[in-house]
Design a protein around this ligand. Sequence first.
Ligand code: CTP
Ligand code: CA
Length: 223
Amino acid sequence: VFFGANPGKLANKTVVVTAGGTREAIDPVRYIGNHSSGKTGYAIAQAAVNQGAHVILITTVDRPAPALVTVKHVVSALDMLAALKDVYAQADVVVMAAAVADYRLSQPAEQKMKKTSKTSGLHLDLVQNPDILAQLGQMKTHQFLVGFAAETQDVLTNASKKLQQKRLDLLVANDVSQPGLGFATTNNVVTLLEPGKKPKTLPEQSKTAIARELIDLISERLG
Ligand code: CTP
Ligand code: CA
């Protein structure tokens, strides 16, 4: 107990954050992945801890987690879905900052795949991963659900569709067609979408500063 200290805007709240790109196995040594660095998710976890939240970070990346954060390591989209289901009932907020692969192999090879004849190609048979956020949206009881959308065109149209279809409370959209912004960068420009509200674009700032703003907004909405 810290007498006199500010308990933080998210004291007594459980915030679940996902971070990083999922890895979908091809065989025991290879995977399909993406360029997500996990920076945004880790920054959000840190900002939430700073506001006194109990933070559960479900991550695919190996970077050191902020102090006081409960970390669960996962690899694939299916692992991430299972980890989220385990903690969903106790979550007040879920921030889905992970870059979830849309597809996985229908049947990963059990043994390391061998090259076949010299020049023939290779076809991988992919099936769609479940939409984790959409499932959480369907299962929602009291949770405040936050999604992200990286778009290269029609940012607002695409983002507002995702806000509705996934039943989100907040969607953080960014235009990754802008050079120097988006994946693995320090700074970002994001537009915040909330049901029934006008989209709001924040000025270019560091992912750390954006995380702080998001956590402020979320704590305001939790009341
Ligand atoms: N997401 C998810 N499960 C998936 C795919 C995405 O939970 N299988 C989440 C992401 O973590 C993100 C949000 O949904 O918070 C939007 O992801 P995005 O890839 O932009 O949207 P998709 O619905 O996958 O649509 P598309 O890739 O076709 O634009
Ligand atoms: Ca996608």
